[in-house]
Design a protein around this ligand. Structure first.
Ligand code: ATP
Ligand code: MG
Ligand code: FE
Length: 339
């Protein structure tokens, strides 16, 4: 079936179209520039931008796929988690398209969609696999028996998300929002061993994460240098911070695979675009005999194709469509794949 996927949980208006596991279109409009001067996403600005962008973005996706609205067999939409007002625009639009076209509606979990999207690039997910989900609002290790029906949380951050830590440290370094890609680029010119920043929960025996202590350590380190009238070696701080984050993420991801006897690891979410995370995961998975899958960077950050991909999976699994009065749920738990 041809599935239209709509994503509006944060600042990207994403519309993707898939036929089964074939990606036909992935159109994105972002309001990120409107938020940059506030140093973070402003919810009401995001909602308004989605409202303006949703129609044109659907049109662009259809044009990319060389299809007409009448070719769409099902509509999938992010039901949560995310910004309440932003989600509402996507959910209302998806209902209108589904109702107008007389096709089923599938409300999906944004985080499960970050996992499911890899199938568009690398084929069906092994069952089970372990997924490291690292994004702007979430950082979790998941045991995924079947992404369409069952996601189990093994551990998660007890404070900041990994992407949030990247964004906050970028801000401390005077880099633009969102900071993750800027840290990634700047770190390439620095030394990852220049500064020994703390690794939270490194040896605590859990599959949880903690990044707020690291963020504070970076802030204190910068303040001390500034107080001494010294300049900040931005590239070294970025590289050393990044290394601390990806060291813990990859270590615990491999531990999760070992503890659960799983041979396949998937990394998803915006932070999965990070080049050092990808390289270190590659290295450590090879050493542990774990197969690694990471979607290309453009599919890691928020997009509509990931929603369409999970929608197609739900259809293939025979899951019932959502009701047309399905609510948006800003705090939808990671374990609820389908709303
Ligand atoms: P969630 O998925 O938890 O609801 P979100 O949808 O806002 O949050 P994503 O779009 O999945 O988040 O990811 C955005 C995050 O990814 C931001 O924090 C951004 O800085 C980070 N990010 C993007 N590219 C990179 C990169 N190359 N290196 C590190 N972080 C990155
Ligand atoms: Mg975004
Ligand atoms: Fe996301």
């Amino acid at each position: 079936p041809i599935v239209l996927g709509i994503e509006t949980s944060c600042d990207e208006t994403g519309v993707g179209i898939v036929r089964g596991r074939a990606l036909l279109a992935n159109a994105i409009a972002s309001s990120v520039d409107e938020h940059a001067r506030f140093g973070g996403v402003v919810p009401e600005v995001a909602s308004r931008a989605h409202l303006e962008a949703i129609g044109p973005t659907v049109e662009r996706a259809l044009a990319q796929a060389n299809l007409r609205l009448s070719d769409i067999d099902a509509v999938a939409v992010t039901a949560g988690p995310g910004l309440a007002g932003a989600l509402l625009v996507g959910v209302a639009a998806a209902k209108a398209y589904a109702m107008g076209l007389g096709v089923p509606l599938y409300g999906v979990n944004h985080l499960a969609a970050h996992v499911a999207v890899d199938q568009l690039e690398h084929g069906p997910l092994p069952k089970p696999c372990v997924a490291l989900l690292v994004s702007g609002g979430h950082s979790s290790l998941l045991l995924v028996p079947d992404v369409a029906t069952e996601v189990i949380e093994l551990g998660s951050t007890v404070d900041d998300a990994a992407g949030e830590a990247f964004d906050k440290v970028a801000r401390l370094l005077g880099l633009p929002f969102p900071g993750g890609p800027h840290i990634d680029r700047t770190a390439a010119e620095g030394s990852a061993t220049a500064i020994g920043f703390p690794r939270g929960k490194y040896d605590d025996g859990t599959l949880d994460f903690s990044f707020s202590g690291l963020k504070t350590a970076v802030a204190r380190w910068i303040e001390a240098r500034q107080a001494a009238g010294e300049s900040i070696p931005v590239a070294d701080v970025a590289a050393s911070f990044q290394e601390a984050v990806v060291d813990v993420l990859t270590r615990k991801a491999v531990q999760a695979c070992e503890r659960h006897g799983v041979k396949d690891l998937l990394i998803g979410g915006g932070v999965a675009a990070n080049s050092r995370l990808r390289a270190l995961a590659e290295e450590r998975c090879a050493a542990a005999g774990v197969r690694l899958r990471v979607p290309r960077p453009g599919l890691c950050t928020d997009n509509g194709a990931m929603v369409a991909a999970l929608g197609a999976d739900l259809i293939a699994a025979g899951v019932e469509p959502s009701s047309l009065d399905m609510p948006a749920d800003s705090s939808l738990p990671i374990t609820v794949v389908h709303a």
